[in-house]
Design a protein around this ligand. Structure first.
Ligand code: AMP
Ligand code: ZN
Length: 512
């Protein structure tokens, strides 16, 4: 059984810069493509925010009865260091593989596994298809051949470049998505070593001839090389969702050049725009500054779950003082609209922890609540209106924070019924059961939260808290030269498989 399924969904289309009513390409179905991670390192919490936001969008469409094909790729080749098409530039994955003297695919496997693990902890649903760029080299070569045949690209020294100037002059709308106009692109003075290979600075690589140190390369009609980063998403979205599909998503920072170039490639190869709607998720900040891997300014999800994040503020204090469970983090993410930036702070996470606890306790309360016989349903209308409003908020460009605030309003009524401030005689049994369903559906189906009371992660957080106490007690014993107690603590912990490690930074614990 479902609470209520809204009929109309409105979403903000980055392409038109407006909210539009969603009308699917195929009745009752949604084709959704989201740019996935580049697997050369662990995903940080900013990446996770984007994927959680699209998970909620995916869940909401399914909840409304659509059959969704959700494609989220794995970028395992072609994403160059510095995001530039420089023939001499290193591939992010290749660089890491060379540094560690392992196969690039070992790097890919390691970080894909890690990504899946974090996604599971955050309770995101697996996409319907998760294609890898390296598994679609043939499709990418074919697409380049079509683009060349259609006259939108040129070959230079074994590499193939998209001819953006010709494309823009043909008035195909280059720059429409990102709001960049070609004049701006023309004067852009990026320091590209292989500038002379390109006819124009804004041209981008479809295929690159591999430099000798490049580990990942394939045969092609033009050279032994590798595909450009933007191409994989065009090739794989077309393969799995068709030439025109419903929604293309990704982080804001992918609008240009990645998505703009993707559109150009699709128009160049297929003669049409790939997606009807483009959705862009906004960035996660950490104390006001964008979280970014390349700047080394980020929080790793596992550190946050274990409370081991060592980032310090300007006063030397820990930015994040304790462990937060995956569902606290997911609840935190839900509190900002996907198109707004969001600031990760310790106090914000603590507030999310309280909010999540309040929601679960209210739901438990509601489950056990029984209306007295013969109650007059004076409150029912108010409660139903709040529930309806929450669904409307979700149908209005997936406004989770607004829908959440309605649940909290409902929660305060339920707590007031329990506390006696509102009379139980004014609510019908039917309405209580409807509200129970609303809470259940929002919490577990739409918001994708999970009751984690028995989770390993929560056990770890509790364990970590206890271990900090034990470490402190042992430290006190050592300070007073009470070696019997400090040795006993260490030995007893060893017996249960926990080792204490003393280092410059203090004592840490590991489970064998
Ligand atoms: P990448 O693995 O770098 O290709 O990024 C994967 C996804 O995370 C992309 O959609 C990015 O736009 C997104 N992303 C990167 N940094 C952030 C951030 N600080 N906040 C939210 N999303 C981000
Ligand atoms: Zn992409």
């Amino acid at each position: 059984m479902k609470a209520i399924a809204p009929k109309t969904i409105r979403l903000y289309n980055s392409l038109s810069g407006q909210k539009e009513i969603f009308t699917p390409v195929h009745e009752g179905r949604v084709g959704l493509y989201v740019c996935g991670p580049t697997v050369y390192s662990d995903a940080h919490l900013g990446n996770c925010r984007t994927f959680v936001n699209f998970d909620i969008i995916y869940r909401f469409f399914e909840y409304c009865g659509y059959k969704v094909r959700y494609v989220r790729n794995i970028t395992d080749v072609g994403h160059l260091v510095g995001d530039v098409d420089d023939a001499g530039a290193d591939d992010k994955i290749g660089k890491k593989a060379r540094a560690e003297q392992v196969e690039p695919m070992e790097i890919v496997q390691r970080y894909t596994n890690g990504f899946h693990d974090v996604m599971r902890q955050l309770n995101t649903l697996s996409p319907s298809i998760e294609p890898r760029a390296t598994g679609h080299i043939l499709e990418q070569i074919e697409m380049i051949e079509t683009i060349l045949k259609n006259g939108w690209a040129y070959i230079k020294n074994g590499s193939v470049y998209f001819d953006t100037l010709k494309y823009a002059k043909a008035d195909k709308g280059y720059g429409q998505l990102s709001g960049r106009i070609l004049e701006d692109l023309l004067v852009e003075t990026r320091d590209l070593k292989n500038q002379d290979e390109k006819q124009h600075p804004s041209d981008f690589a479809l295929w690159m001839k591999a430099a000798p140190q490049h580990l990942m390369h394939w045969n092609s009609p033009w050279s032994v090389g590798f595909p450009g980063w933007h191409l994989e998403c065009s090739a794989m979205s077309t393969k799995y969702l068709g030439k025109t599909f419903d929604i293309h998503g990704g982080g804001n920072d992918l609008k240009f050049p990645h998505h703009e170039n993707e559109i150009a490639q699709n128009v160049g190869a297929c003669g049409c725009q790939p997606a009807k709607y483009w959705l862009h998720a906004n960035m996660l900040l950490l104390y006001g500054k964008k979280m970014s891997k390349s700047d080394g300014y980020y929080v790793a999800p596992n550190e946050l779950f274990a409370g081991t994040c060592e980032l310090k503020d300007e006063n030397g204090g820990k930015m994040l003082t304790k462990a937060y469970s995956p569902m606290t983090v997911r609840f935190f993410i839900l509190q900002a609209h996907y198109r707004s930036t969001m600031d990760l702070t310790d106090s914000g996470l603590q507030a999310a922890e309280k909010g999540w606890k309040y929601l679960t306790e209210t739901y438990k309360l509601l489950k056990n609540m029984v209306a007295p016989k013969g109650a007059k349903p004076l409150l029912d209308k108010q409660l139903d209106e709040l529930a309806n409003a929450a669904f409307e908020d979700m149908s209005d460009d997936f406004n989770c924070p607004k829908a959440m605030s309605r649940l909290f309003e409902l929660g305060s009524k339920i707590n007031a019924l329990k506390g006696g401030q509102l009379s139980m005689k004014e609510v019908s049994e039917d309405c209580l059961r409807r509200m129970e369903q609303v809470f259940h559906d929002f919490m577990f189906k739409i918001f994708g939260l999970r009751d984690e009371s028995a989770d390993a992660a929560s056990t770890h957080a509790t364990m970590n808290g206890l271990m900090q106490l034990v470490i402190e007690m042992r430290q006190q014993a050592r300070t007073t030269k009470d070696w019997t107690t400090s040795d006993k603590i260490r030995a007893t912990l060893q017996q249960v498989g926990i080792d204490l490690r003393d280092g410059k930074e203090g004592t840490t614990w590991v489970k064998n």
